[in-house]
Design a protein around this ligand. Sequence first.
Ligand code: UDP
Ligand code: MN
Length: 248
Amino acid sequence: DIPVIYLITPTHGRLEQKADLTRLSYTLRLVPNIHWIIVEDLSRKSDLVTNFLANCKLPYTHLFVATPDNYKLKEKDPNWLKPRGVLQRNKGLQWLRNQTGVTGVVYFADDDNTYDLRIFEEMRYTQRVSVWPVGLVGDLKYESPKLRNKKVVGWHTYWKPERKFAMDMAGFAINARLLLEHPRAEFRMTAGRGNLESDLLTQLGVEWSDLEPRAEDCTKVLVWHTRTEKSSLKNEGKMKTYYNTSSD
Ligand code: UDP
Ligand code: MN
């Protein structure tokens, strides 16, 4: 019996949503014993995600919670201005805590990242919190825990290196037991810019010695913080059809 991986994925409506979800689901189909908790940023379940999940061939739970307007990014806002997916990840945590007999590991998997299948096996036997590098994040080739004698002693990051746990969302997984032992721990809008991850781990009482380095002592990148380019629709509604007028 291998431990279950609970994947919590916030997702929001946009042109690329179905494409991103399709790509992610095809990765997840290759992972044994996962349960996909997909949480829409919307005040109801959308038809698109409902239909998509019905066909995804994965064990899943479909949830929703809308981010209030004042927390939403505007079209022109830089993406660091407000945290994204916060209420949705918390909704996923709340669902987990309301199940009986949950054991396994919890991972926060954004819908546009790229996951090497091996990262799921790296995280599967997490005792408390497992950690590893994340590629293409923080305006670096990668961010990573820094090790000494196989223990995490710091962070390879440019941005706010003084954070206690200076990691991207994709860079760690948590044993579900830890989340059940700290039933009030959640992501907080008030955590401060780029501090969601560190703030959550601090609420969980995590210490340096709890961090379990994975991915060959954090020397391998097995997950990338890729982002999907926004598609333009500027030619929508402007097409003309040119009919074949040749006689052959
Ligand atoms: N997300 C969301 N609501 C939003 C924007 C984003 O639920 O208004 C989700 C998104 O689908 C993704 C996660 O939150 O799973 C992180 O968002 P995004 O990928 O845009 O963040 P970035 O890559 O810029 O860190
Ligand atoms: Mn993203």
